[in-house]
Ligand binder design. Structure first.
Ligand SMILES: [Zn+2]
Length: 410
């Protein structure tokens, strides 16, 4: 253990900034990981249980996905099996860069009832909280919770989360943090943030003991909370930005929280102005195009969200001129999106054909729809991040943003 702690270098993981957005915090870069490079800004496809729903690893490569995010909470009971298979990349068959979140969000949302969404309505968030039966209890030690699947009592704290994540063996891990909800007040956020910072130190310490166990160096991001308060956001960014254990700092940072849409840019700016510029940052759980533009401008390098695949399964198809619902396109000969280069569009599927598959009573045809629609939506967001990257490299980020958003939102 001492030898590992003395080895502070992380030669298998690094971040290079290739070009900055003039006058802003945004940048295009490359994250080097033990399982390959991620050109940033990048969207990480969510495969909660080590598998993206209705997409094979081959499908992911065909839409140019660069990285997959899986979930420490959902995979916790499989972690030994995944370690045995050599880690998440080989276990999943994806064989590319991967990230896991700590599981904190899932266990805590059992208690708060809040999804990590940009909620437009504060009042709605408050109401939701009140109506959700509480299945999780947060203490300084960690989170006691009732597993909603088997009804058994369970516990996850920073040490448990690191042990689980280091067995799963993604290239990038997230420190265990306490997510607060939009309904929590300032005083609660102060207390929660103190816990998150203590948990960050314990996460880093535990991570250092386990990070090499699968034969490659796994990396850890510290996660920033602090609600919508500037003093909290800035102070925690300074604390986590400088935090070291045995001379080792975080490899990057996760930007967390339940955000009101209108606050997002401001909050990210507060965080990123204080964090070390040379470290990569991941914005947790958001993928709406306007959020990706704001996130990129404010220095976020990677993004993830279940929305592109989940919304595809519900008939929502992304297009350059805004999202459409296939329900309205019976027999339509129109292309899904005239500008799309995904395998579904290249094969010539029309809106009407996809709608017919979706509404089919035949399970196999329905599953085919899920696959075709998921590939399209994931490609849409992946391509958006590729185009944003190119616009930064060309010094045309703002022009591209304005044109894209005007077409998309009308
Ligand atoms: Zn397409």
């Amino acid at each position: 253990m001492v030898a590992k702690l003395a080895d502070n270098s992380n030669s298998q993981f690094s971040f290079e900034i290739k070009k900055k957005v003039g006058g802003a915090l945004g940048r295009a870069g490359v994250i080097h990981t033990p399982h390959g490079d991620i050109l940033t800004p990048a969207f990480m496809v969510v495969g909660t249980k080590a598998e993206v729903k209705f997409m094979t690893p081959e499908d992911l490569r065909s839409v140019n996905a660069q990285a997959m995010l899986s979930n420490g909470y959902h995979l916790r009971k499989k972690s030994a099996e995944i370690a045995e298979a050599g880690g998440l990349a080989s276990y999943s068959g994806w064989n590319g860069p991967t990230l896991t979140d700590s599981g904190g969000f899932q266990v805590m949302s059992l208690g708060s009832g809040l999804g990590k969404v940009v909620s437009m309505e504060r009042k709605k968030a408050v109401t939701n909280t009140a109506h959700k039966e509480r299945l999780a209890k947060v203490s300084d030690k960690g989170v006691d919770f009732i597993d909603p699947f088997d009804g058994e009592l369970d516990f996850i704290g920073p040490e448990e989360s690191m042990e689980i994540q280091c067995k799963i063996g993604a290239d990038i891990h997230m420190a265990f943090d306490e997510l607060t909800s939009l309904a929590d007040d300032y005083d609660y956020n102060v207390a929660a943030l103190k816990r998150t910072e203590e948990w960050a130190a314990r996460s880093l310490s535990s991570h250092l003991m386990h990070r090499d166990e699968l034969g490659y160096r796994q990396s850890l991001y510290g996660v920033l909370q602090g609600g919508r308060w500037e003093d909290l956001r800035r102070s925690t960014a300074r604390v986590l930005g400088k935090m070291t254990v045995g001379g080792t700092a975080f490899d990057g940072f996760g930007l967390g929280g339940a955000f009101l849409k209108e606050d997002l840019g401001e909050i990210l700016r507060w965080c990123d102005e204080e964090l070390p510029e040379e470290k990569p940052k991941h914005l947790l759980g958001l993928s709406r195009p306007d959020d990706i533009f704001v996130g990129t401008e404010m220095g976020a390098d990677t993004f993830d969200c279940v929305a592109p695949t989940r919304e595809a399964r519900h008939g929502k198809i992304y297009t350059a001129h805004g999202d459409i619902n296939l329900r309205k396109f019976m027999d339509s000969p129109e292309a899904l999106d005239a500008y799309c280069d995904c395998p579904t569009c290249k094969a010539g599927y029309t809106r009407g054909q996809l709608r017919a598959l979706w509404k089919s009573g035949d399970v196999q045809l329905k599953q085919k729809y899920y696959n075709l629609a998921s590939m399209h939506n994931v490609r849409f967001i992946v391509r958006l991040t590729e185009q944003i990257r190119q616009s930064i490299m060309d010094g045309k980020f703002y022009q591209f943003r304005d044109t894209f958003l005007k077409n998309y939102y009308g």
